[in-house]
Design a binder for this molecule. Structure first.
Ligand SMILES: Cc1cc2nc3c(=O)[nH]c(=O)nc-3n(C[C@H](O)[C@H](O)[C@H](O)COP(=O)(O)OP(=O)(O)OC[C@H]3O[C@@H](n4cnc5c(N)ncnc54)[C@H](O)[C@@H]3O)c2cc1C
Length: 430
């Protein structure tokens, strides 16, 4: 058999492809990982003037029950967890600051809910934890709350939480079953949010270490132009340098790229619906500051404008030069505003005002700003009309899918990890 033949060919070197490649190689599979650019995909870390800008806050939700934790244990990854301090998280209510009800103490301290509503909200949380409430795939969370006569304040609270966790300005459109599944995990975890010391790059380096230790092959700057499909099997990934054949394939590239690679094959049609779905976009505006501006909070969420700021350098001191500070602001955007220059300028101005309010003097300390007005937080936004992609298609037995556009547990990168883990397990069980 040619040296270009592998047990498993994994296409796409983002978090999904990297974790699948590390896991399968550690279990004795001869793997090849093909990435068109550099490893990491959307989980990039850019080094500018001594600041490490992570695309995204690399916040891992419910780390103790996460699939990333499973990978950590099974692959013996070294992850420097930096747990989020809920006591330093605040909601900005306009003229007042209050605790984020991310845990029970926060719930009792917060001013967002009052008296009886606190009890009612706690009851909803309790029901979710006890699996009494599962929601329904055909009911949006808004419709579900209306049917259950949930009071207005509790409704607002639930939508605010959904907004910040699903990175959306339209939380009411989230399917209720997805909402409850997510919160069951979050309310039963002891580690609601954690960051990774060294950022995404530290995690990427760990996956690469495991792959190399098990003699896996990593090819960067290797774009897969097409897949060769014969009957119900994928035979090869075609690159400019030639064909790479395999027994099994995991496609870890976004559906829009997949449609191009499977063009003129029988799979093109099945994949194309996922390629037409809307992603979740946000505006990200990071600032690297010369000296720290100390304030009593490390996370501030502007409820009115759906913007949050995280003091990344509080959790990851490696991302700044000595004495510096790295703040990251993320603003959710409506689908209709995506690509609208004026709306984006408006969002940027709102972010700057929030920095002015909570980190006075930041403009004088500014060394380097980094702005992206079209960052894809999740490839398929979860709404009533958009469903995530399954991790395999029933007719194609040697092709699997992984990425944050796939079915899986949790949100964001947890979807990439869980789909990568499930796809890999299906291959190992063969
Ligand atoms: C601003 C922002 C904030 C975020 N914050 C968080 C957060 O706090 N917590 C969290 O968990 N997640 C967060 N995320 C989401 C997280 O970054 C993604 O879920 C995750 O990185 C997706 O990984 P993936 O492997 O599924 O996909 P991708 O990263 O998109 O990987 C796909 C890879 O395939 C490659 N590729 C594409 N086409 C081809 C081809 N034809 N041939 C070969 N290679 C190809 C691409 O170059 C890419 O490397 C955030 C994202 C953004 C943008």
């Amino acid at each position: 058999m040619s040296t270009n033949h592998y047990d498993v060919v994994i296409v796409g070197g983002g978090l999904a492809g990297l974790s699948a490649a590390a896991y399968l190689s550690s279990r004795g599979k001869k793997i090849a990982l093909l990435e068109r650019g550099a490893l990491g995909g959307r989980a990039v870390t850019l080094k500018i003037k001594g600041f490490n800008f992570n695309f995204g806050a690399h916040a891992i939700y419910g780390r103790d029950t996460s699939v990333l934790r499973t990978f950590e244990k099974e692959l013996d990854l070294h992850i420097d967890w930096q747990d989020f301090n809920p006591n330093k998280a605040k909601y900005d209510l306009g003229d007042d600051l209050t605790a984020v009800p991310a845990n029970v103490q926060g719930l009792f301290r917060t001013k967002v809910l009052k008296g009886l509503d606190k009890v009612k909200f706690t009851f909803e949380v309790l029901k979710t934890m006890l699996k009494m409430e599962t929601g329904h795939p055909h009911l949006s969370i808004q419709k579900w709350m209306e049917r259950k006569n949930v009071s207005e304040d509790v409704q607002e609270m639930m939508l605010t939480l959904a907004s910040s966790n699903f990175f959306t300005r339209e939380p009411e459109k989230i399917p209720s079953d997805v909402f409850f599944q997510y919160y069951r995990r979050l309310f039963t975890t002891n580690k609601p949010v954690a960051y990774i010391g060294g950022g995404w790059q530290a995690l990427i380096d760990e996956f690469v270490r495991v792959i190399q230790q098990h003699n896996g092959t990593i090819m960067t700057k290797t774009k897969v132009e097409a897949f060769r499909v014969e009957d119900d099997r994928v035979m090869a990934a075609i690159t400019a340098e030639g064909e790479i054949t395999g027994d099994e394939f995991i496609s870890c590239i976004p559906p829009k790229e997949m449609v191009k690679a499977f063009k003129d094959t029988k799979l093109e049609h099945a994949i194309s619906q996922y390629a037409n779905y809307d992603p979740t976009y946000v505006v990200v505006y990071d600032v690297g500051l010369k000296t720290r501006i100390d304030v009593p909070y490390t996370y501030i969420y502007d409820k009115q404008n759906n913007i949050f700021i995280t003091d990344i350098s509080y959790y990851d001191t490696t991302c700044v030069p000595e004495g510096g500070q790295l703040l990251q602001a993320t603003a959710y955007i409506n689908q209709s505003d995506v690509g609208n220059k004026e709306s984006m300028e408006q969002r940027k101005a709102e972010i700057e005002q929030l920095y002015d309010k909570h980190f006075p003097g930041w403009r004088e300390e500014l060394v380097v700003p980094r702005v992206s007005t079209r960052a894809v937080v999740q490839e398929i936004k979860w709404t009533m009309n958009q469903k995530p992609m399954p991790i395999f298609l029933p007719d194609y037995r040697n092709l699997f899918f992984a990425g944050d556009w796939c079915e899986g547990q949790g949100q964001l990168s947890e979807l990439s990890f869980s789909s990568a883990y499930e796809s890999s397990k299906l291959i190992l069980e063969k």
